[in-house]
Ligand binder design. Structure first.
Ligand code: PEP
Ligand code: MG
Length: 588
């Protein structure tokens, strides 16, 4: 009820990390952790305190291994590496040495010395400009608290959650916070930190818990509130909601549930238009942690596996064997469907393959994608051999990113031929007929699609990059976001030209950029002739439902007409018009 003295409704905007709506009381986890008691020790007690520290590390390691097993059984997955960073930290000789040395030099109790050492690491990490490293502070906080609890021989979580369902709010959540909690009581997650790829977001999506991350506001001062609204679709957190807002969200949640039930009922069903045109819906995958989600979302394969996370997230690039194992795991899990493995796409806005001696003036126009692989043949060879080895285990295709012309394709294919010869000579099995495709995401590749089509087995249009290069508007720069228009006539013409050139040469064309998951554009994309849409696993059921609801002939007529339209919003509206009429219930 709104009363004259009720606090005003406040809406915070964050990043929508996992769809869904949660309404309920909030449990806020305070930032950081309290210092343990400090006391002085005698020199004779040094060995005893050092032993206590080592015992606390050992106990923490055992607990983490137990949590890892629990995560695997919860998610039904094979061993993952979510706690690897934690365990590595516990085993880090530099940290251990520093704590042991500081016990001796400071003559203070082990838990306090450990706490002080970890604080210096945390402070340094919070200041680094690299978002990925900053996110790792949650791992360090988490492991530090575990060690401090181990000193007390106490395995309880740091802040007992309330009894009953609640929305968990934190500065950041560590993987063990997320996995160790009773998920039946968690209505949703909200964090100040984090990105779409933070562990919390991954786990929330995997378990279907609504989540908003990266809320750019200090919400942690908020203590327990009676009720808040978390909107995982729009990335909003609403505190002190008015009765009108609550009513609106209760209705919205009910409607979404009805739609979700309807969509879920068809999960995995064939994706044919009402007039019988088949369009494959496959999933994009970034992290091995997403494998279960991808397998269970109803996708008919993986249309884009971005290998840069596997290759560049660790301290060093995994060798051929480690890569072959990872690819093999994915291929076996997706069988009998196809997995398209994209070779490393480093550089640009992505992780660099190695530190550059001087920054590139234009990273997006620089050492990116296939250019990096071709200039690092040993690394490229490892990856191609690993992909080929995985091709013996199921349906595998390989694709190259950021191709700008024919010579790159020829050089990349030479590497494949060389690796095939080597594997043959070694008696190692692989699929000699492995389809080889390219991402069409540079305008020159789209314009020359007729030339490139004779060299490859399929095209996959990377609209994220194709749009930015076509309209010269950086895909991650908010100042030019207004110019970044997926339905710009130039973009639409390049997509159409690519699909037509492919068809003329007997090869298929899929779309794997974010545009493919925007169900307002499904009529346009399939109307232009795309035969595969590869989208985030959460979008797979909705895109499938959209396809089943439209007439291909009607979409094709609209797409033809779109080629004559001069303004992006007219093209967008033509597609939305069919979408609304055919599956309006799915649109947000
Ligand atoms: C694209 O550019 O559309 C694409 C799918 O590749 P990425 O987003 O990984 O650059
Ligand atoms: Mg791209």
């Amino acid at each position: 009820m709104d009363t004259p003295n009720a606090p005003a409704e406040v809406v915070y905007q964050g990043i929508p990390a996992s769809p869904g709506i949660a309404i309920g009381p909030v449990h806020a986890v305070p930032r950081g952790f309290a210092a343990p008691e400090v006391y002085e020790i005698e020199a004779a007690q040094i060995p005893h305190e050092q032993e206590r520290f080592k015992a606390a590390l050992e106990m923490t390691k055992r607990q983490l291994q137990e949590l890892q097993r629990r995560l695997e059984s919860l998610a039904g997955s094979e061993p993952g590496d979510i706690f690897e960073a934690h365990i590595m930290l516990l085993e880090d000789p530099a940290v251990v040495k520093r704590v042991l040395g500081a016990i001796e030099s400071r003559l203070q109790n082990a838990e306090y010395v450990f706490y002080a050492v970890m604080q210096t690491y945390l402070e340094a990490m919070r200041r680094v400009p690299d978002a990925y490293l900053r996110e790792r502070t949650a791992d360090i906080e988490d492991v530090s608290q575990r060690v401090l609890r181990a000193f007390r021989n106490d395995a309880e979580p740091r802040h007992l959650p309330p009894d009953g369902s609640h929305i968990l709010m934190a500065y950041d959540l560590s993987p063990s916070d997320t996995v160790g909690m009773d998920r039946r009581q968690i209505l949703g997650f909200v964090t100040e930190q984090g990105s779409i790829n933070s562990h919390t977001a991954i786990i929330a999506r995997a378990f279907g818990i609504p989540a908003v991350v990266g809320l750019n506001a200090s919400i942690i001062d908020v203590t327990t509130l009676s009720s808040v609204i978390l909107d995982g679709y729009a990335g909003k957190l609403i505190i002190h909601p008015t009765q009108a807002t609550l009513d609106r969200y209760v209705t919205l949640a009910r409607e979404k549930k009805i739609v979700q039930n309807r969509v879920d009922a068809h999960r995995g069903a064939a994706t044919e238009t009402t007039d019988g045109q088949h369009v494959t819906v496959s999933a994009n995958m970034e992290l091995l942690d997403e494998l279960d989600l991808v397998v269970n979302c109803g996708a008919k394969g993986i249309g884009l596996y971005r290998t840069e996370f596997l290759l560049l997230n660790g301290a060093e690039i995994p060798d051929e064997n480690a890569q072959a194992e990872a690819y093999g795991r994915i291929v076996r899990a997706l069988a009998p469907h196809r997995v398209i493995i994209r070779t490393l796409d480093a550089g640009g806005d992505k992780l660099p393959v190695e530190p550059l001696t001087e920054p590139e003036p234009n990273p997006f126009l620089g050492w990116r994608g296939i250019r990096v692989s071709l200039s690092r043949p040993a690394m490229f060879r490892d990856q191609i051999r690993a992909i080929l080895r995985a091709s013996a285990l199921g349906q595998v295709a390989v694709m190259f990113p950021l191709v700008s012309g024919i010579s790159e394709v020829e050089r990349a294919r030479d590497m494949i031929a060389r690796c095939m010869d080597e594997l043959d000579a070694e008696g190692v099995a692989f699929d000699r007929g492995i389809p080889v495709g390219i991402m069409v995401e540079v305008p020159s590749a789209a314009v020359c699609a007729d030339i490139l089509a004779s060299k490859v087995d399929f095209f996959s249009i990377g609209t994220n990059d194709l749009i930015q290069y076509t309209v010269a508007a950086d895909r991650v720069n908010p100042h030019v976001a207004e110019l970044y228009r997926p339905t710009h006539p130039a973009v639409i013409r390049l997509i159409k030209r690519t699909i037509d050139a492919g068809r003329d040469h007997g090869i298929w064309t899929g779309i794997c950029g974010e545009m493919a998951g925007d169900i307002r554009l499904t009529p346009l994309l399939i109307g232009m002739g795309a035969t595969e849409l590869s989208v985030g696993p959460q979008q797979v059921p909705r895109v499938g439902e959209a396809i089943r609801s439209v007439s291909h002939a009607e979409c094709a007529a609209m797409a033809d007409e779109a080629m004559r339209q001069t303004r992006s919003y007219d093209i967008l509206n033509s597609s939305i018009e069919i979408a609304r009429r055919s599956y309006g219930f799915l649109l947000d």
